[in-house]
Design a protein around this ligand. Sequence first.
Ligand code: SAH
Ligand code: SF4
Ligand code: F3S
Length: 460
Amino acid sequence: MAETAPEKRLYIKTYGCQMNVYDSERMADVLRPLGYAVADSPEDADLVVLNTCHIRERAAEKVFSEVGRLKALKTARAADGASMTIAVAGCVAQAQGAEIMARAPAVDLVVGPQAYHQLPELIARTARARGERLAADFAPDAKFDALPAQRVVSGPAAFLTVQEGCDKFCSFCVVPYTRGAEWSRPVAAIVQEAEGLAAQGVREVTLLGQNVNAYAGEGPDGRPVSLARLLYRLAEIPGLERLRYTTSHPNDLGEDLIAAHGDLPQLMPYLHLPVQAGSDRVLRAMNRKHTAAGYLRLVERLRAARPDLALSGDFIVGFPGETEADFEATLALVREAAYAAAFTFKYSRRPGTPAAALPDQVAEEVKAERLARLQALIDAQQTAFNAGTVGRRVRVLFERRGRRPGQLVGKSPYLQAVWAEAPDSLLGQIAEVTITGLGTNSLAGALATTPAAAPHEVAA
Ligand code: SAH
Ligand code: SF4
Ligand code: F3S
């Protein structure tokens, strides 16, 4: 271990997707050698990092209100002769860096998603002379090369970013602008990071990417490797018992990846595959480049490979020009696809995206009403899916203690939260659990007492 300076408090607040969660962990890794220890509140923090999301208007606006709250803490700290550095990172930093510096003088520095390896330098410079600091360029390879090899993880489930950026340019979405072009990390770097995680007791790794199934990282022979091949390679690492990946685009779902869902026991039977809408007219306006029928065919092939697959998705209601008939096509698609879970959003107009300029923006009340109807359908499907697992025996990876003493909480293969009475010795371990009941946000289970064979982590 390198000598470290007296401990400083670092508070990181994370918004947005799992890739931001991963980035926040890695920012903590970058700052640890500088003496920064992660605190769980911004009070008395020497450094506060807001890792932001730009995906919807409300997400972006949250940053400015949070900066307002932090400003009061910063002023109070200054009165005590101490300082608080406020950094804005993530996708709002990338998209609106200059605006943040102008609108929020309490912010000391702005650092884009591909530049946080520069945080130590930016902080040092800020300490020397307070002024405008912007680092928001696109060079993901530089970012990953400059990160410390060592990661500090808590718990047996970890994220691992393998791909960044997006070339799809859905007409509503800011991601291609905030995260840049699709780029994949080389296989060797990912294997090394995964081996390090397994050595720390990690049992489950979720591979992350804005379009993770477009993964095409450099393999050992210098040629690109598909996500499916990467999964088979990671499955060889002793101790890594579970693999997941998110988020996928329907157009990048290759034959070999579908086959992997049938073949690879470590690959969990859960897939987040956003479709956004069920009307081909709307899909075309969204520039999604797939049809509703094409999506449903994919789902059918996935279920042929893995009949118990839990399907998840994302939906946008109230895209410009969406009619009642278009919306009903979304409901019809949902009924046919049968989701185990899904995220639903009202369309949010994002400046700089093509859809922002479209005529026929849908009224707020219409969006709200459609959202409620879609949400009710998805809630019913989710309840039905969960009810279908009651009485079944599943393997649960226990991740943390439950609310009551003697309870542990973990995840089923289908990404359901399951709690059970279990000894602490099972923390971080996978155990057979019989699902006994449905709760609001989790399932109740009981440790199974007899061992069972579990070819796919699930015994019928
Ligand atoms: N790369 C992923 C999704 C990234 S954003 C994918 O393509 O699947 C996560 C979700 O936010 C999207 O799937 C979409 O449903 C939603 N979203 C993106 N832009 C939006 C906008 N302008 N308004 C409302 N929802 C949006
Ligand atoms: Fe956004 Fe579409 Fe890219 Fe997903 S695929 S990140 S929704 S542009
Ligand atoms: Fe948000 Fe950026 Fe993720 S906009 S959803 S944090 S890629």
